[in-house]
Design a protein around this ligand. Structure first.
Ligand code: AQP
Length: 333
């Protein structure tokens, strides 16, 4: 079946194992299937919903594009571009924000988590972040959106907004209602320091995550220091209940080795965490280090990265520009 794929990653630095296993690894598989048309966006407009350093942001945009390519996305097959270069994203976001009821946005848990206790100081952009995400997706008649589990609620909102627009303007099927592509297992990778917290770029502790630019030694050290518990590894899934750190490490091992959790439990059941940790560090280094090496090489070639992003933006502009024109006509502009 033909799939039109769209997904994005924020250029907020420190791309990590969660971004890779939850999203980017999936992008690569979709890119490799000739039946799909894929668009992968560096969502820089989303990044500025929290304060960014100007020079760092410029570098992070290139580094995110480099990460896509180093992970295996082929820019001659898939479109890679940065969101701010295609004006229709912001324009679509405004139009959709005039359709979306406040009540829908008030339910978004990510805003509550990111704004924390000091909601009054959070930017309006952070609050309407999911509407910009809806605009990104809907402008390309996307059929499928590969994301980590944390983005599920935003995707449901996108579907609701598309349906509301079609109904309000009596234009059935104009905005395509997209399907989420969320991996059934290991779609949420947790912090190495706290199995109840999502692995995240903004966690102040670098030991909480494996960055895609980490060296072999850093990976080994972080896995060695990862939080575990004092019980041995069980051989049944049910016995992992309330053992979030153990579950996370076993999940990471399964996901990076492309095997089921049952198989991993069979391999490590009854053993100590030191066995799992040394194997995990080895597999992670062998899979992540080549990506990290390639990212470092690509970053040095700014002209190449800028060319990939510019070519991608031209292609994206053509598609999104056409859709926004139709959208404006439907509204009466
Ligand atoms: N821990 C995670 N496990 C699985 N998937 C994850 N993703 C992020 N963290 C995990 C997925 O990665 C894609 C890109 O995410 P993003 O950079 O656009 O934003 P995010 O989800 O806000 O990522 P972070 O790391 O949590 O960033 P900060 O700390 O800046 O908020 C998405 O598909 C996401 O699901």
């Amino acid at each position: 079946m033909f799939k039109k794929i769209f997904s994005g990653v924020q250029p907020t630095g420190n791309l990590h194992l969660g971004n890779y296993l939850g999203a980017i690894k999936n992008f690569v598989d979709l890119n490799n299937d000739s039946k799909n048309d894929c668009i992968f966006c560096v969502v820089d407009l989303h990044a500025i919903t929290v304060k960014q350093d100007k020079d760092q942001l410029t570098n992070n945009i290139r580094e995110t594009a480099a990460t896509f390519i180093a992970s295996g996305i082929d820019p001659s097959k898939s479109i890679i571009f940065s969101q701010s270069k295609v004006h229709a994203h912001a324009e679509g976001s405004w139009i959709l924000s005039c359709m979306a009821p406040m009540g829908w946005l008030n339910r978004m848990t990510q805003f509550k988590e990111k704004a924390g206790k000091d909601k009054e100081r959070a930017s309006v952009g952070l609050y309407i972040y999911p509407i910009l995400m809806a605009s990104d997706i809907l402008l390309y008649d996307t059929t499928h959106v590969p994301v980590g589990e944390d983005q599920k609620q935003h995707l449901e909102l996108t579907r609701d907004i598309a349906q509301k627009f079609n109904k309000d303007f009596d234009c059935e099927d104009f905005l395509r209602v997209p399907e989420p592509l969320i991996k059934k297992d290991f779609s949420r990778i947790m912090s190495l320091k706290d199995g109840l917290k999502k692995m995240s770029k903004s966690d102040p502790s670098d030991l909480s995550r494996i960055n895609l630019t980490d060296t072999k030694d850093e990976i080994i050290n972080k896995i060695k220091k990862a939080k575990t518990d004092s019980l041995p590894i069980p051989n049944e899934y049910q016995k992992l209940k309330d053992r979030s750190e153990a579950k996370n490490l076993l999940g990471i091992y399964s996901s990076i080795s492309d095997q089921t959790l049952d198989k991993t439990l069979e391999e490590f059941g009854g053993k100590n965490f030191s066995d799992l940790k040394s194997q995990l560090a080895e597999v992670l280094s062998s899979k992540i280090f080549p990506i990290s090496d390639e990212i470092k090489k690509l970053i040095k070639d700014q002209n190449y990265l800028d060319k990939v992003l510019a070519e991608g933006a031209n292609k994206a502009e053509e598609m999104a520009g056409k859709k926004i024109k139709e959208m404006k006509k439907i509204i009466g502009f």
